[in-house]
Design a protein around this ligand. Sequence first.
Ligand SMILES: *[C@@H]1O[C@H](CO)[C@@H](O)[C@H](O)[C@H]1NC(C)=O
Ligand SMILES: *[C@@H]1O[C@H](CO)[C@@H](O)[C@H](O)[C@H]1NC(C)=O
Ligand SMILES: *[C@@H]1O[C@H](CO)[C@@H](O)[C@H](O)[C@H]1NC(C)=O
Ligand SMILES: *[C@@H]1O[C@H](CO)[C@@H](O)[C@H](O)[C@H]1NC(C)=O
Ligand SMILES: *[C@@H]1O[C@H](CO)[C@@H](O)[C@H](O)[C@H]1NC(C)=O
Ligand SMILES: *[C@@H]1O[C@H](CO)[C@@H](O)[C@H](O)[C@H]1NC(C)=O
Ligand SMILES: *[C@@H]1O[C@H](CO)[C@@H](O)[C@H](O)[C@H]1NC(C)=O
Ligand SMILES: *[C@@H]1O[C@H](CO)[C@@H](O)[C@H](O)[C@H]1NC(C)=O
Ligand SMILES: *[C@@H]1O[C@H](CO)[C@@H](O)[C@H](O)[C@H]1NC(C)=O
Length: 651
Amino acid sequence: MKLLSAIPALVLAAPLVNSFLLQIETRMPPTSRLSNIHITFLGPTEGPINFTYGSCEQQRASDSHHFITTVQDTTVDRLVWVIPMDAYSAGCISAWSVTTGLLLGRSDEQRFDAKAIQRRLTRRDNYPNHISMDNSTGVDVWGPWFDGVDHLKNSECSAIDAATAKRKNIAIVGAGMAGLMTYLCLTQQGLNNISIIEGGDRLGGRVHTVYLSGGPFDYSYQEMGPMRLPLTLTVGNVTYNMSDHQLVFQLAEEMNRLNDGDENLKIDFITWYESGSSQLPHGGGSRRVGDIPIQQGIVGVNDSLVGSGSSDMSIEEIFDKVNKALPCKDFCVEMATNMFKAHRKWLDRGLFDLAGSNEFAFMVGVANNNANDTHFGYWGRGASSFWDKLCEDMYLNTTTWRTIDGGMARLPLSFTPLVEDAVTFGRPINKVLYSPETQTVTLESRGDGSNDEYNTPAPVTSAHDYVALEFETRFWEHLDEPIHGSCWVAGPEYPGIGSICYPSYNINGTGRGSLLGSYISNPAWTERWIATKEEEHVAYVLKAMRGIHGEIVDEQYTGRYSRVCGALDPLEGASWADPSVGQHQLYLPEYFKTHGNMIFIGEHTSYTHAWIASALESGIRGSVQLLLELGLVDEAKATVEKWMGRWIDVQ
Ligand SMILES: *[C@@H]1O[C@H](CO)[C@@H](O)[C@H](O)[C@H]1NC(C)=O
Ligand SMILES: *[C@@H]1O[C@H](CO)[C@@H](O)[C@H](O)[C@H]1NC(C)=O
Ligand SMILES: *[C@@H]1O[C@H](CO)[C@@H](O)[C@H](O)[C@H]1NC(C)=O
Ligand SMILES: *[C@@H]1O[C@H](CO)[C@@H](O)[C@H](O)[C@H]1NC(C)=O
Ligand SMILES: *[C@@H]1O[C@H](CO)[C@@H](O)[C@H](O)[C@H]1NC(C)=O
Ligand SMILES: *[C@@H]1O[C@H](CO)[C@@H](O)[C@H](O)[C@H]1NC(C)=O
Ligand SMILES: *[C@@H]1O[C@H](CO)[C@@H](O)[C@H](O)[C@H]1NC(C)=O
Ligand SMILES: *[C@@H]1O[C@H](CO)[C@@H](O)[C@H](O)[C@H]1NC(C)=O
Ligand SMILES: *[C@@H]1O[C@H](CO)[C@@H](O)[C@H](O)[C@H]1NC(C)=O
């Protein structure tokens, strides 16, 4: 952008002033049709100032190619510049005194791709700086939205005071991973008036490690939430990174940098042993999770639901086609390398390459319904979307996994120094109110847990129940057929147990070890368990462990356990989002809109759901959305470049 010869030339070309009173610059190359112009007042000015774009030698404002904006006072330090479609490259931005017509400042030469196309953006009167994240700005809400931010094309022209914009009072509701990520993104772009309101008493939300005895490096802990992170996928002899999960590793790197080697806060990744043995002893038909044919997804969408459809295909034929489309072949690789582009392609191509179909072609087309009907009609009947099934299958086919050394809770814990002054614990938000008059949002916390009209059915999995038991040693690793990590589905003689998960980290470690003796989400059982006294539930699980492993269970049990019943915890009740047919389609574009000054983030608002990476991605998207709302275009682009640019292909 710098063309040194232009500087003496424009000083000569401005005979009426000796030196400029205004410094004008773009701090990032105007790679898109939308850019921030930074202005610095070097001396006193009077009256309004017009900013224009035109030749670097022009001497009158009227010779400009286009008018940018008028600035009324000297508090402004940033302009939002929409470069019109017919603008030529290599011109300069000039500032003119409206009262005297004198040239007050001129930028360096600006180079950009003048051929890029511009579309009009509709203006929302309440938000003079508003820049939508939707098709009008080139953002693809169904696919790689960050490409659109990188190439943001248009917005209303306006002048902002960046410092004032950055002082805006912002509340983040919830200190889960999405909220923490949002706080990091926004504060790193200079926003300095942000608070985090958390209903519970700790950071991390559904990231929840329980330490049965000792600290993180005594390795007697269990995860009552996320356990592991997909790292790579090997298909044939080629290994791919699970690119969307790289965000978690990048975040850990950033937190380690911010915490400057503080050992108490350091995050290290270790191998997670997903399948460490072939059989459970005395298991009576127990099978390793993952060896069970995956039956989620299309279960529940049965003939009676599609019976009135107009398709020639029978339900069996459709299932057959779905199943053939799913094994991890080329599309799985596309998902692993760029989940966002794969999602877009999936929508464009449709389930069976039906013209104009989408992820819900099956339900919408075949069942002859619209998306609303499929959503409201089938919600709660287990009709998961095909996309969700695809993602789940792909992630569960991960070849190598990682977990956090000392427990997943160390990820939110690492945020402590960053957020401790910003977070308020123990304040659940029951209601949000937007006032169009003051353009502010009021958060209401009555603290009594009641939740009147704001009761939308959430697209989530059933709550999970976890019972962790501690033993003096990891005896299961020393059996004739040792078990080195992984989860197993308990056989039919152990009803109500669900899966048993052996610690998949610190394999061959000495000292105490804790396993999940029961991990279950079947509502028929979770309902029963929440009505059961904790000691009785734990005794039942111990009995099952005795059945599987024999007397050693009693010899080694330390008496320490931990039970978490998701359904009893309003803050963790929903294990993860599991959109049913129609929900993804209906809701996703809404998450890209700002509703009455509110932006929705959280794992449920991302493309993939259910993973920490999904929560982080939603936090980045929400932050970018907010920065654009405030007119902080450079910051929005910098956020994309920092977080999405590294491992996802931003063209
Ligand atoms: C400043 O801009 C306004 C709005 O476009 C225009 O009416 C006015 O003539 C301009 N004044 C100068 C001195 O360029
Ligand atoms: C978004 O914009 C592109 C280009 O103008 C257009 O082809 C596409 O159909 C639009 N998509 C939607 C969902 O409106
Ligand atoms: C934060 O925002 C509030 C509400 O706009 C304002 O009163 C307060 O001065 C701001 N605080 C800072 C530090 O800028
Ligand atoms: C991968 O396998 C294919 C066939 O199985 C072989 O032709 C190819 O050379 C292998 N590639 C590498 C990098 O080993
Ligand atoms: C996977 O990610 C790591 C770390 O970011 C990187 O060094 C490596 O090159 C990536 N591998 C592939 C195949 O993209
Ligand atoms: C199919 O759905 C109907 C209506 O929900 C239900 O009555 C029936 O039991 C289901 N059939 C199967 C095989 O799941
Ligand atoms: C998982 O990978 C195996 C081997 O690469 C493949 O046979 C299987 O179809 C894959 N499963 C899914 C659900 O993609
Ligand atoms: C779904 O219903 C809502 C409320 O009636 C309506 O605003 C929306 O346009 C409908 N969406 C579709 C895709 O039919
Ligand atoms: C654990 O120990 C067993 C037996 O010595 C060994 O075969 C296995 O490779 C070890 N596993 C790990 C992860 O260290």
